[in-house]
Design a protein around this ligand. Structure first.
Ligand SMILES: NC(=O)c1ccc[n+]([C@@H]2O[C@H](COP(=O)([O-])OP(=O)(O)OC[C@H]3O[C@@H](n4cnc5c(N)ncnc54)[C@H](OP(=O)(O)O)[C@@H]3O)[C@@H](O)[C@H]2O)c1
Length: 277
């Protein structure tokens, strides 16, 4: 039987590579994106390689767009075997500098859109009695540090959601898999917004500049997004996938340090690693 995959945020980076990797594995893949003007490259690769890949529009923040996309997929293929909730973005700023409105926008894409997708797709997978839901979290979904506070909070929320879903959906044969990349070389850092107030902030200017330059330095040595795609492919091939998969040496190093150190030791270690304090 033909297997069907759906990936959000396929215009670039991890979503782009994951859509291609899934279609190369034989999944008929709906590479979804909010802006179809960005579809030319993936369409060309799919055409040249003869891949089973179709680009359709899906803005995960938009209820109608999400509803229409899922409706189309079900009309065409009647099933969804893999859903990769990948669309996401970040914002620089401390908790005081990110306005409540900016916090809400961040959560809309990184958290509530995942709830929306899951509420639409899990009834389909339940009826099938099978499916894989892959949520792209981050090492920042398990480690808090300053100046990406809204982003990190949204990824912690995604981790909580995913852990709960493993129990709720696992009984129906649906696997929920959390992917935790470290720093990945994509458009992510160039696309990051900065909280409006952060530009004017005197109180947090020092720490903001230090963290941004520390993370940008790490980003230069980031892991290629293809590696994330490979981990996703390998995870869904498992009969019983693990709850979480870490991608990148940096992520593995931070998470190992978190495991080995006390909370206070780990905070001190992070300060040193991130901004040399
Ligand atoms: N890069 C990293 O270091 C890193 C590390 C850990 C986790 N992650 C996570 O990995 C995921 C993918 O990021 P990336 O690194 O591949 O960055 P990216 O190259 O910037 O890709 C982000 C994708 O999300 C899409 N997107 C954003 N808002 C959307 C919306 N409302 N509806 C539909 N699509 C939307 C973007 O579309 P447009 O092109 O239209 O903007 C783009 O396709 C994100 O969830 C991110 O948090 C990234």
């Amino acid at each position: 039987m033909e297997k069907i995959a759906v990936v959000t945020g396929s215009s670039s980076g991890i979503g782009f590579e994951t859509s291609l990797a899934l279609s190369r594995e034989g999944y008929f893949t709906y590479a979804t994106m909010r802006n179809l003007e960005k579809a030319d490259v993936i369409k060309k690769i799919a055409k040249d390689e003869g891949l089973p890949l179709k680009v359709i529009e899906l803005d995960v923040d938009d209820e109608n767009s999400t509803e229409e996309a899922i409706k189309l997929i079900i009309e065409e293929k009647q099933r969804i075997d893999v859903l990769v909730n990948n669309a996401g973005w970040g914002i620089w700023g401390t908790a005081e500098d990110v306005s409540l409105e900016e916090f809400r926008e961040q959560f809309e894409t990184n958290f509530f859109s995942v709830v929306r997708m899951i509420q639409k797709v899990s009834p389909i997978m339940r009826k099938q009695g099978s499916g894989n839901i892959v949520n792209i979290s981050s090492v920042a979904g398990r480690i808090g540090f300053p100046v990406s506070t809204a982003y990190i909070s949204s990824k912690f929320a995604l981790e909580g959601l995913s852990e709960c879903l493993r129990f709720e959906l696992g009984q129906f044969g649906i696997n929920v898999i959390i992917i935790e990349p470290g720093v990945i070389k994509t458009n992510f850092f160039d696309s990051m917004k900065t909280a409006k107030k952060a530009d004017e902030s005197d109180v947090y200017r020092d720490i903001t500049l230090k963290v941004i330059s520390g993370v940008k330095m790490m980003a230069e040595m980031g892991t290629p997004p293809k590696e994330v795609a490979n981990v996703i492919i390998n995870s869904i091939k498992e009969e019983k996938p693990l709850p979480r998969y870490v991608v990148g040496n940096d992520a593995a190093m931070f998470l190992e340090a978190k495991k080995m150190k006390t909370d206070i030791e780990f905070e001190n270690y992070l300060k040193k690693e991130l901004y040399g304090e």
